[in-house]
Design a protein around this ligand. Structure first.
Ligand code: PLP
Length: 395
């Protein structure tokens, strides 16, 4: 019998929507010109890129000239961070958080190595930074603040508007402005993004997180903010990101973003219902579990649960054998399992952090998916605990 499959790893990536595939199809065969070419074929391709740019700009309340297509969310983050620092020069101070995705955390660590000073803000037990901590961290030479919108492991949402407000006040009295970047990869298509309301200078998104294709990212850069390219070549994307444009993916990204935005409320309700059903079921049937970042400031589709006395990696593998795809809160580094930097920063007990699993929901999940997990999970957890000496001693 074929293995039943349940995909609960939508924060890692999502299935491309069939309407998106259909929209992309002509750009693999019929419409193939290089958008930089002056002839008919080139103009045809250029027109669709411009149209996609306008569509995405409208959805985030930006101007088309403020939208740049990149290769992924990681690239958008890197261009924003290095591009801004290269443009403004000097070796200043950067403020970020301890729970950023590696696409921001590692650039910051690298910048420390080359002489920048970096402050990593702590988060509370719900995975949220404090505005007071942020205000205390600001220095005379602070040049860049990079704080994610929602965290990819636990779903906590940062107070972006409040931080922007503080930056605005500080900028009124200083010669060297502070610039604000946010990694919105986990909120694009899930929360309504309005760059004017968020009041950020730069914002990163990635299409494969909202049922779009992989290999296409978007970077918003506010008009007037100087940013240098980090790669050099052609004049594509106003010279910020050289390389022949990935037309099919650009069109797919715009279509996926349009669909996701049109269904934001409906998807939020849907994923919240599934998440709460799973949470309730787990808490009712499995002892010694805790929910990580269970505060109200979180996206609706992520549930991060610690199962004490077992290894998250082992649980992931056992669930995979039963056809359930989830992810762990820990990154596997050279064969040894490393505790998640996000859970450590939230001061989750190390034993609980080792047994953390992320369930992340999406548009295509159904109620039966949760029923299946609740049918399988209690036994898998109890079987794994039987192999734990600490658990057995406790019994
Ligand atoms: N930022 C966050 C918060 C993410 O969750 C991810 C992907 O998991 C990225 C950045 C990187 O995006 P991409 O996979 O498109 O490079």
């Amino acid at each position: 019998m074929e293995q039943k499959r349940v995909y609960l790893d939508n924060s890692a990536t999502t299935k491309v929507a069939p309407e998106v595939i259909e929209t992309m199809q002509p750009y693999f065969g019929e419409i193939y010109g290089n958008p930089s070419s002056f002839h008919y074929f080139g103009r045809q391709a250029k027109t669709v890129i411009d149209k996609s740019r306008v569509e995405i700009a409208e959805l985030i309340n930006a101007c088309p000239e403020e939208i740049f297509f990149t290769g992924c969310g990681t690239e958008s983050d890197n261009i924003a961070i290095f591009g801004l620092l290269n443009a403004y020069g000097g070796k200043g101070h950067i403020i970020t958080t301890r729970i950023e995705h590696h696409a921001v955390l590692y650039p910051c660590r690298h910048l420390e190595e080359v002489g920048y000073e970096v402050t990593y803000l702590d988060v509370d037990k719900d995975g949220v930074i404090s505005i007071e901590d942020f205000k205390k961290a600001v220095r005379g030479n602070t040049i860049l603040v990079t704080i994610m919108h929602a965290n990819n492991e636990v779903g906590s949402i940062q107070p972006i508007e409040a931080i922007a407000d503080e930056i605005k006040k500080i900028n009124e009295n200083v010669k060297n402005k502070i610039y604000f970047h946010t990694d919105a990869v986990q909120t694009a298509g899930k929360l309504r993004l309005d760059v004017k309301k968020l009041d950020v200078d730069m914002l990163a998104m990635s299409a494969h997180k909202f049922n779009g294709p992989k290999g296409i990212g978007v970077l918003y850069v506010k008009k007037g903010v100087k940013i240098y390219p980090v790669m050099f070549g052609g004049h594509h994307e106003s010279g910020l990101r050289p390389g022949t444009e990935n037309i099919a993916s650009i069109v797919g990204c715009a279509k996926a973003f349009e669909i996701a935005n049109a269904a934001i409320k409906e998807n939020e309700k849907h994923t919240l219902h599934l998440r709460e059903k799973l949470k309730k079921g787990i808490l009712e049937t499995i002892p010694e579990v805790s929910i990580n970042a269970s505060g109200i400031r979180s996206v609706s589709n992520i549930l991060n649960v610690s199962f004490n006395y077992i290894e998250g990696e082992a649980l992931l593998l056992m669930l995979d054998m039963k056809g359930i795809a989830v992810s762990t809160g820990s990154a596997c580094a050279s064969g040894s399992s490393e505790t998640s930097h996000v859970l450590s920063s939230m001061r989750v007990d190390p034993v609980a952090a080792q047994g953390a699993i992320r369930f992340s929901f999406g548009h295509y999940n159904r109620e039966e998916d949760v029923d299946y997990v609740l049918e399988v999970l209690p036994k898998v957890v109890s079987d794994l605990r039987l192999m734990s000496p600490v658990w057995n001693q406790k019994q």
